[in-house]
Design a protein around this ligand. Structure first.
Ligand code: SDX
Length: 393
């Protein structure tokens, strides 16, 4: 009986670990961070406040939030020698590959404060990652378009600073669109944690060897890169672009997916846990309609996405397999409307998921009982046999 929830023994035996951070009920479509419903946090909170909640377990007081925000602001710069690091990548390097490499690389400047069992070191690593990952993400983008890197502007808010470093240029002032910043802040909240998903379990598993927080998060970034996980938001846009390029015939595309001829699943649909509508997708869909509504030109791809959802949700192939839109189905449309290229979509997912990775790593390091144990296997290989000399083979 934990958190007013009773688990059947079968579930407990298959659970990778225990955790007090995020609760999901896949059948009921429930998602709560430290007990708070995602719907309330998305509407009323901010990404840094939710990050504090996930990492420290409680909503911050006004003073705690101010101090947390200030600590992060003071560490948003990268070590100047990191600027050369970005020169080493080809211009078309995928920003997720740059991100995972850079997250690991920045730890080399802090080798005297990486001890996972030193509270001060863990605190500094937490703040440094929260502060520097947006800077790295924006630099990965700037590198890909051959524009100069912008230093952080610490008079701006967390998301605003990221937007300015990403879309600003030294030649002219950059005005952050407050609506865009608020929507992106809310999207980061929706992505902030999600129990033991592939990338978070990776962070825990790597961290269970007492690897430092930077190394563990870098591994999480690589896991998120996969198209079936965080890479799905990029794949959704590519799927919608394919449908549009084929004349927008959604029904024939759905038929090809069902006949396994589309060479792809319905990206942005289905979930390992949610066998109902992903509660985050509901919020993102509303935000997508709102953002498009504010745009002078609505994106025809939103119409394709909504038609695709309508057709799929009326089709027994998807309903019988409990395949509903997940968090990735609509997010890409909003990112595209904001001006991000598809290659940056998964980087945005990583920015949102960062506090969840940090919180889960800290929980595991603090309480070895919550470590993902060493996984075992069912051996299906050859039975014992004796060595055969080369000349006799
Ligand atoms: C994320 O775990 C998390 O919490 C992840 C995440 C997070 O916040 O961290 O929520 C983020 O990763 C969301 C998921 C993003 N991925 C995609 O949108 C990619 C498309 N989705 C599929 O790859 C798939 O739905 C999964 C991997 C997400 C979930 O797969 P399941 O539920 O384990 O289902 P399955 O792979 O066992 O397939 C069951 C059946 C199969 O058909 P049959 O063999 O029974 O005939 O459903 C089919 C699958 O082929 N199927 C799909 C499908 N997903 C499953 N068919 C078409 N389109 C799909 N999207």
């Amino acid at each position: 009986q934990t958190g007013m929830t009773t688990y059947d023994p079968g579930f407990v035996n298959t659970a990778a670990c225990s955790s007090a951070i995020t609760y999901i009920d896949g059948d009921a479509g429930i998602l709560r961070y430290r007990g708070y419903p995602i719907e309330q946090l998305a509407e009323k909170s901010s990404f840094l406040e939710v990050s504090y909640l996930l990492i420290y377990g409680e909503l911050p007081t006004p003073q705690q939030l101010t101090e947390f925000t200030e600590r992060i602001r003071r560490h948003s710069l990268l070590h100047e020698e990191m600027r050369r690091f970005f020169d080493g990548f080809p211009r078309d390097a995928h920003p997720m590959a740059v991100l995972s490499s850079a997250v690991s690389a920045i730890s080399t400047f802090y080798q005297d404060s990486l001890d996972p069992f030193d509270d001060e070191h863990v605190e500094m690593s937490t703040v440094r990652l929260m502060a520097k990952v947006p800077t790295i993400a924006s630099y990965a983008y700037k590198k890909s378009i051959g524009q100069p890197l912008l230093y952080p502007e610490n008079s701006l808010g967390y998301v605003e600073n990221f937007l300015r470093m990403t879309f600003g240029v030294p030649a002219e002032p950059y005005e952050v669109d407050p609506v865009m910043a608020r929507v992106l802040d809310m999207l980061f909240i929706l992505h902030a944690d999600h129990e033991q998903n592939c990338s978070t379990s990776t962070v825990r598993l790597v961290g269970s060897s007492n690897a430092n927080l930077f190394a563990s998060v870098s591994a999480g970034v690589n896991a998120l890169f996969g198209p079936l996980h965080g890479g799905a938001n990029q794949s959704v846009l590519e799927m919608l672009e394919t449908i549009q390029a084929d004349g927008g015939d959604v029904r024939s595309f759905v038929r090809r997916v069902k006949d396994r001829q589309a060479g792809t699943k319905l990206m942005g649909f289905g979930h390992r846990v949610y066998k109902n509508y992903d509660p985050r997708a509901t919020i993102v869909k509303r935000a997508a309609q709102d953002v498009m509504g504010r745009m002078s030109t609505s994106d025809p791809m939103l119409d394709v996405a909504m038609e695709l959802e309508e057709i799929a949700l009326a089709d027994d192939f998807f309903v019988s397999r409990k395949l509903y839109p997940n968090v990735d189905f609509y997010t890409g449309l909003i990112y595209k409307a904001m001006g991000f290229p598809t290659k940056m979509f998964t980087v945005l997912f990583a920015l949102g998921r960062l506090p969840g990775w940090i919180a889960q790593w800290r929980e595991m390091i603090k309480d070895p009982e919550t470590k993902i144990g060493r996984p075992r296997q069912i051996y299906t290989g050859a039975v014992q046999r004796d060595y055969v000399n080369l000349e006799q083979r």
